[in-house]
Design a binder for this molecule. Structure first.
Ligand SMILES: Cc1cc2nc3c(=O)[nH]c(=O)nc-3n(C[C@H](O)[C@H](O)[C@H](O)COP(=O)(O)O)c2cc1C
Length: 183
């Protein structure tokens, strides 16, 4: 089993999404002691913006295709994903590799992988809340992974900018939720 562990928060040791994705990794590796873990930190080693030339280099795509499980730390920046993570998505969503167009519409080709995403958001965006229409992180990630044939699982810490107490509580709850992922 190969687990690909990706982080994209700029906040280093203070990052909630990094703490949660690390805990998810702990749970998965405890349940699968022989697992190979491949690490990709998109902040310490950023990928450049996509260019046509970048398609010639399939390292990122091959690494994704080789993984059985992918764990992603994804903070919300300006209502969506960090550009570092978008640059990674730009390299794994590729016609003929992870999806194809058929007469009846697009078809995902990456089915069978498990994708677990640790979300960290400063506010609240649940259905019906005032800011729900600005939620372009979870909705985008669900949409793009669905497009390539994967139903991602999410662990979310929300309201992190509301107060220090709320931040601690939300992170604590999210860390606790990771236990069920290894079941
Ligand atoms: C540059 C930047 C932009 C942010 N934009 C938003 C935002 O649009 N909505 C929101 O709810 N929180 C926003 N936040 C708050 C973060 O989502 C929150 O701090 C979260 O903890 C970030 O994840 P991290 O701790 O893993 O870095 C922003 C934070 C930063 C640093």
């Amino acid at each position: 089993m190969t687990i690909l562990h990706i982080d994209s928060s700029i906040n280093g040791e203070n990052s909630a999404s990094r703490a949660i994705s690390a805990r998810i990794l702990d749970q998965l590796t405890a349940a699968n002691p022989g697992a190979d873990v491949v690490r990709r930190d998109l902040v310490s080693k950023p990928l450049p913006h996509l260019t046509l030339d970048a398609f010639a280099d399939t390292e990122v795509l091959d690494e994704f295709l080789a993984a059985d499980t992918v764990v992603i730390g994804a903070p919300m920046y300006n209502f969506t994903l960090p550009t570092q993570l978008k640059a990674w998505i730009d390299r794994i969503v590729l016609a003929g590799k992870t999806f194809r167009y058929t007469k009846s519409g697009p078809e995902g080709l990456a089915a069978g992988k498990r994708v677990i995403i640790a979300l960290a958001r400063g506010g609240y965006y649940s259905h019906g809340s005032p800011a729900a229409a600005l939620e372009h992180l979870e909705t985008y990630l669900r949409g793009v992974f669905n497009f390539i044939g994967i139903e991602p699982e999410f662990v979310a810490a929300d309201g992190l900018a509301i107060s220090p107490e709320q931040r601690s509580e939300s992170i604590k709850v999210a860390l606790g939720e990771t236990v069920r992922l290894a079941a």
